[in-house]
Design a protein around this ligand. Structure first.
Ligand code: ZN
Length: 224
């Protein structure tokens, strides 16, 4: 049996460890290992370094998994943050819009009676009650709200936003002539709200202090 040197055995040992050497080589190596402490310990190093590398690979895999988990978490957090950002942005925009709308566009403030001047109340030949309105606050009203009460009171309320920018209101008949036919109002309200109420009075102005235009029994001058 040929004896081989430790250098040769240690060159071969990795192949032996991985079991990719021939049976003859394996036999030689095992004969040598049986007698050589140095080469046995070298083989142990190979085994342990292999184990280490397996451990290292597993550790690495854990880190990769951890990194992937972190990446996923990060992208989730990012999309969550993006959605949160969108919601916050939309909310702020909504609040700003509502604020703008509420202050400048939402017609909720009735024009005060003192700022309203009514004249030329009359009955037109076609049955309409007509009157001239002047709003003297320098702005006028942006909108008019009509409201028929159960007692037959028909309330016409000119309104404007909290903050007024427009000096020339869009609505035509807040300043000028208003024509209203009580029979037509009654028919309209019946159709729209199912409420058949005879119109017994007409008011123009704020709900708390409206100006009486006409009440049933009043004799109005008839003119166009
Ligand atoms: Zn040896």
């Amino acid at each position: 049996m040929t004896r081989i040197s430790c250098d040769v055995v240690q060159d071969i040992l990795p192949l032996y460890h991985d079991d990719i050497c021939s049976a003859a080589t394996r036999e030689l190596v095992e004969e040598h290992l049986a007698e050589c402490e140095d080469c046995r310990s070298y083989l142990e190093q190979i085994k342990s370094s292999f184990n280490l590398s397996v451990q290292a690979m597993e550790q690495n895999q854990l880190e990769v998994n951890g990194l992937q988990r972190f990446k996923r978490m990060w992208s989730r957090a990012q999309s969550a943050a993006f959605v949160k950002g969108l919601i916050v942005t939309a909310s702020v925009a909504g609040i700003l819009f509502l604020g703008y709308w509420g202050l400048f566009r939402w017609n909720v403030i009735p024009v005060a009676s003192d700022d309203i001047s009514i004249s030329n109340i009359r009955l037109r030949p076609n049955g309409e009650i007509a009157f001239r309105i002047q709003i003297k606050d320098g702005y006028g009203a942006d909108r008019v709200i009509f409201n028929l009460h159960d007692d037959g009171g028909y309330y016409i309320t000119p309104v404007h936003p909290v903050i007024r920018l427009n000096k020339s209101p869009n609505f035509n008949f807040v300043s000028g002539e208003l024509f209203t036919n009580p029979d037509n109002v009654r028919a309209y309200e019946k159709k729209k709200h199912g409420k058949d109420v005879e119109i017994t009075s007409i008011y123009y102005g704020p709900p708390n202090n409206p100006i009486l235009i006409w009440k049933k029994g009043d004799k109005l001058p008839v003119r166009k």
